[in-house]
Design a protein around this ligand. Structure first.
Ligand code: MV4
Length: 447
């Protein structure tokens, strides 16, 4: 196994990776910005290197400084966590070129999935059902009109370099198509420096369901069921759960096997997530995430597997220690993302934590880098903690979550805990009968 690994991230995920390494006997190197000198991930790591000033682009995205830190400390591997450089194909390639192992998929797979048109083509060829739409890029208004007529309105214009929802345009009337097509290309060009767009049938009221996969470098692939992430606001997930309230074992086995076979077919290795829209009992691929995800703990709890340790072992070249027939979901897990933000206005609320008292007990996991006295810097993501609840059933999970969230003390900044508490009181959340529109269009609009 690796003797030393550099963690190219901060916050709770840097701690999560550190803990996995510690258990495996791997020494860790933290990197940090000047704003994070007192951060928990720096304190826990065996070594720490300052890689630049507060701004992410000069520190956590500073490829040259991070590579230098790995070389100077003798780290044999780099784990990118999520966000930052985790899906940067160029970075993964540079890491490998320096004889360091990138803990993730090959740069070739990151690149293919990063281009959303290519991703759709690759997975469709491997047997995954995709959202109906243009076969590739749509390069003119005339093309756009043809596609819109073929598939019928409404359609959605998306940037091939996009993902996560930025720069999408819904077209509901033919009369607005030209203007929206031009706007989509213009926005894609300015956000992503790539104005290539494609068009899909707009699914009006789907759920967001994603399948977790794990694949080694020897062609062994397993799926670990689904996570339901339908509760989102402005493309930010609010809570995630596994299993989905609307997926039974038969449906899970079917889509899971389709995905696992496709992942084997395309030669992917590492952990990965295949994202679907789910409407009227049908799955439609939208994107694949080639990284460890924020919400990976719900899958860990339901499948009793340490995804971070597995990911590191896979990168080292180990074979998967499990086979699909040994994998059975057990119980239910829900993750609550706690952000330092106003629960009503969603404005960020950085500042000093006067008291941090995390909940605990049976079935309660808290992944966080907070501590009393810590100052949350204003430069980074506002997610400061994740409360992950596990129980025999969804019902037990919800009761346990209410109790845990009521115990959670984070003094000094506003947090999204009250939003979660309100959600857990809502009859729609209790039944699980909602789609991606519900949180914003219903819950937040009518309070
Ligand atoms: C869609 C869609 C409806 N139809 N594609 C948003 C983020 C990006 N990953 C893809 N997204 C969507 N793609 C088609 N053809 C609706 C969304 C969407 C969405 C998807 C998942 C979770 C929340 C969402 C919120 C708004 C829009």
């Amino acid at each position: 196994m690796f003797k030393k690994l550099l963690i190219a991230n901060r916050g709770e995920i840097a701690l999560r990776i550190h803990r996995a390494c510690k258990e495996m006997g791997i020494k860790t190197v933290a990197i940090h910005s000047t704003a994070d000198a007192d951060a928990m991930h720096v304190r826990l790591a065996d070594e720490a290197v300052c890689v630049g000033p507060a701004s992410s682009k000069d520190s956590y995205l500073n490829v040259h400084a991070i590579l230098s830190a790995a070389i100077i400390t003798g780290a044999e591997a780099i784990h990118p966590g999520y966000g930052f450089l985790s899906e940067n194909a160029k970075f993964a390639e540079m890491v490998e070129e320096h004889g360091i192992t990138f803990v993730g998929p090959s740069s070739k797979h990151i690149k293919a999935m990063g281009d959303k048109i290519t991703a759709k083509q690759v997975v469709e060829k491997a047997g995954i059902p995709v959202v109906p739409g243009s076969a590739g890029s749509v390069d003119s208004v005339d093309d756009a009109k043809k596609i819109a007529k073929e598939f019928g309105l409404p359609v959605l214009i998306k940037a091939t370099a996009g993902g996560g929802g930025r720069g999408m345009q819904v077209v509901r009337e033919m009369s607005e198509l030209e203007e929206l097509y031009k706007r989509a290309r213009q926005e894609a060009g300015s956000y992503f420096s790539n104005d290539t767009v494609y068009i899909e049938k707009f699914l009006d009221d789907p759920r967001h369901i994603e399948i977790q996969v794990i694949a080694d470098k020897h062609g062994n692939v397993c799926h670990l069921g689904e996570r339901d992430c339908s509760l989102q606001r402005r493309n930010q997930k609010v809570l995630e759960e596994s299993p989905s309230p609307v997926i039974n074992q038969e449906v899970r086995d079917e889509i899971g096997m389709i995905v696992a076979n496709a992942i084997k077919d395309i030669g992917y290795s590492s952990v990965g997530t295949v994202e679907f829209l789910y409407e009227n009992g049908q799955f439609f691929f939208i994107e694949m995430n080639t990284r460890l995800q924020v919400e990976h703990p719900v899958t860990e709890l339901v499948y009793n597997i340490d995804l971070v340790q597995e990911m590191i072992k896979i990168a080292y070249g180990d074979k998967l220690s499990i086979t699909q027939d040994q994998i059975k979901p057990q119980g239910h897990a829900i993750e609550f993302r706690i952000n330092a933000e106003d629960p009503e206005t969603f404005m960020p609320s950085p500042g000093t934590i006067l008291l941090h008292h995390a909940p605990g007990g049976y079935g309660v996991r808290v992944d966080s880098a907070l501590y009393t006295g810590y100052s949350i810097p204003p430069y980074y993501d506002s997610m400061i903690s994740k409360v992950i609840i596990f129980g025999k059933s969804r019902d037990i999970c919800i009761k346990r979550a209410k109790s845990a969230l009521s115990e959670y003390v984070i003094d000094g900044v506003k947090t999204s805990i009250p939003l979660h508490t309100r959600l857990l009181e809502d009859p729609t959340v209790l039944t699980g009968d909602y789609t991606i529109k519900w949180l914003e269009a219903d819950f937040l609009a009518n309070k």
